[in-house]
Design a protein around this ligand. Structure first.
Ligand code: BGC
Length: 316
């Protein structure tokens, strides 16, 4: 009976991600740029859940480290994974610019790497080695933010001056997502023939508190001139929402507020009108794709360079 059960369980596991027997399971080293990031927390938790529950990798085979937003610290973690001879690494870099050195040392040690969330440059992606990038094309999320504004009744022009007067709260540029979302949200508006007016643009580093501070500063400085607040992610939009309330403004009535990620609390806010819209940054799809790639590479398969996961627009 026990044997039949084991075979059945193995079959179920093979059907999902291919770790047939616990003793064949690879040793996986994971490092996340910082645990104190709302989105990467969801991503990390789902990654570990999927690897253990759905793919049958024993928890003791998986080491997950907090890069603490410090590249030197993360480099030590990667060196330790290599010294420990892990079968594969899943890496969310602190600084994308360290990709080349990671690729080279991993390749020298014969350890495949799956980069996630912070995309290395095309030049680094062309280096030798069995590694890939799993992510979402941030141009898409920016365009979707712009399209949400375009779909509003007044096309983002509350004050009726014939232009979209906007505030941009940016993420940490270590992730190209910040740059692309900033550029493509506005491009969607100008491509549609609208005139835009940038009132304010500063980096809030993906952080809720900074998002609130920056939105408060912008609202104090520009008052009712502000039509739209674009935030490169939802954590900063949550902060900006607080600043909007404190300034006595009302989302949907005299200002629009946009984020990216579709954190559960933000989806709820979109539903009840406290946010104009957000964009699903699919941490389930991305973490599963990253895990699948890692398990394949650990078995010796050659990875493709890129694995993309789509964004999805979220409106009321
Ligand atoms: C997410 C942000 C997150 C960042 C971390 C982005 O893709 O939208 O919420 O802070 O990745 O690098």
């Amino acid at each position: 009976m026990k044997k039949i059960l084991a075979i059945l369980m193995a079959l179920v596991i093979v059907a999902t991600c291919g770790v047939a027997m616990a003793e064949d399971a690879p040793k996986i080293g994971i490092t996340i740029y910082q645990f104190a990031d709302n989105f990467m927390t969801l991503y990390r938790e789902e990654l570990v859940r999927y690897l253990t529950e759905d793919c049958g990798v024993p928890a003791e085979n998986i080491t997950v480290m907090d890069g603490k937003n410090d590249q030197a610290e993360q480099t030590n973690q990667i060196d330790a994974f290599i010294a420990d001879n892990v079968d594969v690494m899943i890496i969310n870099l602190v600084q994308s610019s360290s990709a080349a050195s990671v690729i080279q040392k991993a390749d020298a040690a014969g350890i495949p790497v799956v980069f996630i969330n912070r995309e290395p440059t095309a030049e680094d992606m062309a280096l030798n080695g069995n590694f890939c990038y799993v992510g979402a094309d941030a141009r898409q999320s920016g365009t979707m933010q712009g399209n949400i504004v375009l779909a509003t009744e007044n096309k983002g022009d509350f004050n009726g001056n014939g232009q979209v007067d906007y505030v941009m709260i940016m993420g940490d540029p270590e992730n190209v997502d910040a740059q692309y979302r900033t550029e493509f949200s506005v491009k969607a508006l100008t491509d549609a023939g609208l005139t835009v007016n940038k009132l304010f643009e500063q980096r809030g580093d993906w952080d809720q508190t900074k998002g609130q501070e920056l939105a408060a500063t912008a609202l104090t400085q520009f008052g009712n001139d502000v039509d739209v607040i674009f935030c490169n992610n939802d954590a900063m939009a949550l902060g900006a929402y607080q600043a909007i309330v404190d300034a006595g403004r009302v989302v949907g009535e005299d200002i629009y507020l946009l984020g990216v990620d579709a954190l559960a609390e933000c989806v709820e806010m979109v539903n009840n009108g406290q946010m104009t819209g957000t964009v699903l940054n699919d941490h389930n799809g991305q973490s599963h794709t990253a895990a699948d790639a890692a398990l394949k590479a650990a078995k010796g398969e050659t990875l493709e360079k890129y694995y993309w996961v789509d964004y999805v627009m979220v409106t009321k």
